[in-house]
Write a protein that binds this ligand. Structure first.
Ligand code: ARG
Length: 458
């Protein structure tokens, strides 16, 4: 082990099995380009502290740019013996610059190094996710505009509840993903703090200019406590949490689309490009994309629990357990990046079966609340009105008819307050526009929602 970068105090050789077990290069190579940027900035800080001459800085920087090119061209040789990305790059730097390469790690530890790379990863990907969410939100708004005059039954307990404009359904999802974007903006805020310069856990002896490093690497602030800086993975938790919540929303949408696109509902037609047939049943058109998205929600939930469990009870400061933070973090990120664009295209291409939905809102006593409201407006206490309409529903069920089939005489038997004008209250297409308040399903209130969203999305 004498040949390892930390091998000075060791006599024997490391077990081959353990070397394989211990290596993280097969996943943390994803941090390669952040590590290069970090090394270049750090070399600059070493020169600023008088630890490198300007020609040494020059040589290191050129060598690091060379390594960057090897990485980008897929020519860099990652070696398991070098354990992780940090030592792989340092090894290559030494191959290129000889003893000089041995200066790069002055005052630095892999503990502040890996924390810095991981934050850079989270920051960049969070920005990308916010950008992707913006496209998704626009897709919902566009669909809402298109469906402003379409109607559908909305459900509670998956039982027909009240008629709404289809636009209201689209805008409900817009709201969820707007909050998600906000959550990611919050992730970004807390990830934007630089740990570099904290050393192993106590800081460094060399007067490394941490604010200079923060400027070079595009961090808003530097961490204020070296022990915390190398121990903290809250930013990864925040990120995985934001992804998990976002997938809760994705999975609710997915579930609704699975239901709505079933033959029994037939209210939504999924774009064919995201469905598959069955190898045995020729009639099938399976909603694979929504199903897979619903499945991913379980996976990213697991990643969050994985990370929470990993960090729980760890003593300060760095512990090797923390190497295991990367697979769940990377996986959540990759699932998000892969899913949002597909959700966006699916939403853009969704087709509602509006004629069928219009027929459907005529069923199921969907305007029962409106009937009760009619009586309330004429002075009946709501509880009594609720009871009266309940008996109207019972009569209709017994006679096998709908509200619209009742005559005014029929209704008057239930309450003498019913008169001819009741029929506009019974009409399911008139119901939404009576809901006038902010956020409700009237045309006007939805138009206000859309306007507000569009302003935000500019
Ligand atoms: N590969 C390690 C990780 O991801 C880097 C930090 C190693 N630090 C240490 N003290 N062994 O956590």
């Amino acid at each position: 082990m004498k040949n390892r970068s930390w091998g000075g105090r060791f006599k024997g050789v490391q077990s081959k099995e353990f070397q394989k077990f211990s290596a993280s290069i097969d996943f943390d190579s994803k941090l390669a380009l952040y590590d290069i940027a970090q090394n270049i900035a750090y070399a600059g800080a070493l020169a600023k502290a008088g630890l490198l001459t300007s020609s040494e800085l020059d040589r290191l920087e050129r060598a690091l740019r060379g390594i960057e090119k090897e990485i980008r061209d897929g020519k860099f040789k990652y070696r398991e013996e070098d354990e992780d990305i940090h030592m792989n790059i340092e090894r290559r730097l030494k191959e290129k610059t000889g003893r000089l390469g041995g200066k790069i790690h002055t005052g630095r530890s892999r503990n502040d190094q890996v924390a810095t790379d991981t934050r850079m990863y989270v920051k960049e990907n969070t920005k990308e996710i916010i950008r992707l969410l913006k496209n998704l939100r626009k897709a919902f708004v566009r669909q809402a505009e298109k469906h402003i005059d379409g109607f559908m039954p909305a459900y509670t307990h998956l039982q027909v509840a009240q008629p709404v404009r289809i636009a209201q359904w689209f805008m409900a999802y817009h709201e969820m993903f707007a909050r998600d974007a906000d959550r990611f903006a919050d992730v970004l805020k807390r990830a934007d703090v630089l740990p570099l310069g904290s050393g192993a856990l106590a800081g460094n002896n060399y007067g490394i200019d941490r604010k200079f490093l923060a400027r070079q690497l595009g961090f808003k602030a530097v961490s204020q406590n070296s022990i915390d800086a190398v121990s903290d993975r809250d930013f990864a938790l925040d990120f995985c949490h934001a992804v998990a919540v976002m997938f809760v929303h994705v999975s609710r949408l997915a579930e609704e689309l699975v239901i709505f696109s079933s033959r029994e509902f037939s209210s939504v037609i999924l774009p064919e490009e995201f469905c598959t047939g069955s190898s045995i049943m020729p009639q099938k058109r399976n909603p694979d994309l929504p199903e897979l998205l619903r499945g991913k929600a379980g996976r990213v939930n697991g990643n969050l629990v994985n990370l929470l469990t990993l960090l729980k009870g760890l003593p300060l400061a760095y512990n090797r357990d923390m190497q295991e933070d990367k697979p769940p973090l990377f996986d959540s990120c990759e699932q998000a990046l892969a899913s949002i664009p597909l959700v966006t295209v699916m939403v853009k291409k969704l087709k509602f079966n509006t004629p069928l939905l219009e027929k459907r809102i005529a069923d199921g006593f969907i305007t029962a609340v409106d009937l009760a409201d009619y009586l309330v407006l004429k002075g009946t206490p709501f509880r009594e009105a609720h009871h009266i309409v309940g008996s109207v529903v019972r009569e209709c069920e017994e006679r096998g008819i709908r509200f619209t089939d009742l005559s005014a005489e029929d209704l008057k038997k239930h309450s003498k307050l019913f008169s001819e004008d009741i029929f506009s209250f019974v009409d399911p297409k008139k119901s939404p526009d009576r809901k006038k308040g902010i956020g409700s399903t009237s045309r006007k209130a939805i138009e206000a929602q859309i306007l507000r969203a569009k302003k935000e999305l500019k």
